[in-house]
Write a protein that binds this ligand. Structure first.
Ligand SMILES: *[C@@H]1O[C@H](CO)[C@@H](O)[C@H](O)[C@H]1NC(C)=O
Ligand SMILES: *[C@@H]1O[C@H](CO)[C@@H](O)[C@H](O)[C@H]1NC(C)=O
Ligand SMILES: *[C@@H]1O[C@H](CO)[C@@H](O)[C@H](O)[C@H]1NC(C)=O
Length: 388
């Protein structure tokens, strides 16, 4: 045994004499160890006996929860309804799109909520990099914390650094690269919807970009959206090359020419329609395969699909103000020179529209689209003129 231990010592440090001396000195250790173990055993058994006695005693005194709480793990799953209604505390997760969409498509079958639910608006920002209008939005959101949530989908290479005081702090969702006019853009929008659906209090879903501004204060926006019987997405049947001309016959029978719709991608949708988009597997492959490049899938996919499935739920107009020049495929971009006092007057005039089947002059809650060079003067003017 001695040589055995010695050889282990020599294997470890190559010093046989040293190993020998250590064997000499460790000989009394087993005895010491034994007595220590014995003492330990006695203490443990005494402790368990004592605690048993104590718990019995305490049970009589009705303070058992104190004892119980001491042996529970630090991180605890709530065992109440809270577990199902509390929004995720971190937006970052490792779910794949298919895992996320599956999870986001859970819908309760009982329509009445067994708790007090304050419906929120999910403001979803589809951006490339920074959000230059964040100071304006921060002012817009301030004081309404219970009524909104924010989600940002940006280029995965972009790492935002919002101050902790900003409403945008920590609101980035796991993102992937998107390309304008391609299905990857719709994928980004579906990802935003799916992440926002994980919070059961989100009832309305607004898609915005870094070049969007609010035109009205939060109270007006909330009231307008929450009292509307319809969801707001531009969806119209346009003849000509930029409308029906983008339809591909291979999409039938799922989509035929008369059902083909066009509209800007900047929508406001109810929770029901958000789930419909996230769970769609009928129209998605058709659009992915047959609406490519100059088809601009983001101007047709949701617009056409929702018009087929739920035409009675759509206002067929967007809440986001843009100027569509005639005979041009895309909306106009405003530059630095366009931003002045008159600009805001011009936006608020507009032509009348319908709201819950009644005529109204308040048609737009947001505006775009602004060139990067115009954002600084825009921020300055809007802080001044919008008054919130
Ligand atoms: C929002 O704007 C409306 C109209 O401009 C105004 O009457 C209302 O007081 C504003 N609400 C808040 C909370 O500032
Ligand atoms: C388009 O599809 C609808 C329903 O699927 C059908 O009723 C209609 O006849 C179709 N229209 C054409 C032009 O094929
Ligand atoms: C929107 O358009 C659909 C047809 O695509 C129609 O059925 C629906 O009534 C329209 N909505 C409103 C509010 O007019």
């Amino acid at each position: 045994m001695q040589s055995g231990v010695g050889s282990v010592g020599s294997l470890e440090d190559g010093k046989v004499p040293y190993a020998r001396t250590t064997i000499q000195s460790t000989r009394p250790l087993p005895l010491r160890l034994l007595s220590f173990l014995l003492l330990f055993l006695v203490v443990v058994s005494m402790y368990s006996f004592l605690s048993l006695y104590m718990s019995l005693f305490l049970k009589i005194q009705n303070v058992i929860p104190v004892v119980q709480s001491r042996i529970q793990p630090c991180v605890q799953e709530p065992r109440t309804l809270e577990k199902w209604i509390r929004p995720p505390s971190y937006l970052i997760h490792t779910m794949t799109d298919s895992e996320l969409f599956w999870r986001a498509s859970f819908v309760p079958r009982i329509k009445e909520y067994p708790f007090k639910r304050t419906p929120k608006i999910a403001f979803m920002f589809l951006t490339r990099g920074p959000l230059p209008m964040a100071p304006l939005w921060d002012k817009f959101f301030k004081g309404n914390e219970k009524l909104y949530s924010i989600y940002i989908h940006s280029s995965p290479s972009y790492h935002p650094d919002f101050p902790t005081s900003s409403a945008f702090y920590g609101r980035q969702i796991p993102s992937q690269d998107t390309e304008w006019g391609m299905m990857s853009l719709c994928d980004g929008e579906r990802r935003l919807l799916a992440n926002a659906l994980l919070d059961i209090s989100n009832e309305w879903f607004v898609l915005l970009s870094e070049a969007c501004i609010p035109l009205k204060n939060f109270s007006i926006v909330y009231e307008y959206i929450s009292r509307s019987r319809f969801s707001f997405i531009g969806a119209f049947d346009e003849p000509g090359q930029y409308g029906r001309g983008r339809y591909n016959e291979k999409m039938s029978p799922e989509v035929n020419l008369t059902e083909w719709r066009k509209g800007s991608q900047w929508f406001e949708l109810s929770r029901k329609l958000a789930v419909d988009i996230v769970q769609d597997s009928v129209y998605y492959p058709k659009f992915k395969q047959f609406c490519r490049a100059l088809c601009y899938v983001d101007e047709h996919y949701f617009q056409t699909m929702l018009s087929i499935q739920s035409p009675h739920l759509l206002a067929n107009r967007s809440l986001t103000w843009v100027v569509w020049p005639r005979h041009k495929p895309h909306p106009a971009t405003f530059g630095k020179a366009d931003i002045n006092e008159n600009f805001f007057k011009k936006i608020s005039e507009g032509k009348p529209c319908t709201y819950n089947n009644q005529l109204t002059s308040l048609c737009f809650l947001f505006a775009r689209k602004f060139a990067p060079s115009s954002l600084e003067p825009l921020l300055e003017h809007s802080l001044e003129y919008l008054g919130f």
